[in-house]
Design a protein around this ligand. Sequence first.
Ligand SMILES: *[C@@H]1O[C@H](CO)[C@@H](O)[C@H](O)[C@H]1NC(C)=O
Ligand SMILES: *[C@@H]1O[C@H](CO)[C@@H](O)[C@H](O)[C@H]1NC(C)=O
Length: 303
Amino acid sequence: MKELLLFATLTLLCPQGNYASLILLGPEYPVLEGDYVTLQCLSDTESNMTDVHVEKFSKHLQKWFRVEPYGLFRRCFYYDLDISREPGRLELTIPSIQSFMEGPYRCVSDDAAFPYNSSLPLTVPVHYMRDISVSRLGVSSYSRYFSPMQDLRVRVGEDVEVDCSVSASQDPEYTWRKDAEDWLVLSSKLKLKKVRVEDSGSYTCTAQHPAVSALSKSRTISITVLSEDAPWYDSTQGRLVLMTSAAGVVVLLLIVSVSVCLCRRASAKNSKGPIDDHSQKKPIYTASVESLASTTGDKQPLV
Ligand SMILES: *[C@@H]1O[C@H](CO)[C@@H](O)[C@H](O)[C@H]1NC(C)=O
Ligand SMILES: *[C@@H]1O[C@H](CO)[C@@H](O)[C@H](O)[C@H]1NC(C)=O
């Protein structure tokens, strides 16, 4: 096996004809978002590498793009990168890699002819896991935006189904557990049938990235089971109804006041009296103070 590897390396590195071959090397460990990443393009000649550049394949445009510190690639997204060249070696450094920068890379020579003008593509995967969110299922979907899910209040005998989700570079493995109990649910969904008061407590959902053990997130919610005689508005659902109706009332009030305002305007337009007409200036009454300046400053006798 070792000999085979050595042989493969030698064939890759040996000059074939007059042309140099290029190989691209990347990180050996899983790359996480924000990592410092270096890609190396090696040539078997002592070329100063000025005719070699790195390209990245854009999945979106189905095209290879030149990666340059001040290229088109950079103008689309802001990020830092650096390219350094020394005899036989070009190095691309990305100080903080982001998920959109994942994909196949290759290095390309402007001078060499096919097939030595480019290296084999090297795929750089970028792993990440974003914030975890928990929402109650079976209840109308707006509860996802409304309810403060940290404390879910339900009535005794209700069915509760809670879903945990997170966006990650690969589908994570989910588990649900309850504080101070030894069971574990291997699913993103926690289903509690006909809850009893004893089901109250803290429940924690954990999402674990399948490939990177360091990527793990968890979120704890508390479920409070209300007794039969608790008022309806005490439950999360009841509060939701209250909140929604309050919002409805506010919207209704807004509509009513806007239409009243519009009606008043319309009726003001219809009455053509000079004093009611708002487009005209306020009338000045002859006996008022405002009329004095103009009458005393007037050279012409008033009569
Ligand atoms: C790199 O090498 C080419 C020819 O091989 C030469 O024309 C060019 O000036 C060199 N560039 C640098 C920066 O040394
Ligand atoms: C390499 O050369 C071939 C033949 O000239 C050409 O079709 C191909 O586009 C070149 N590849 C790159 C990456 O420039």
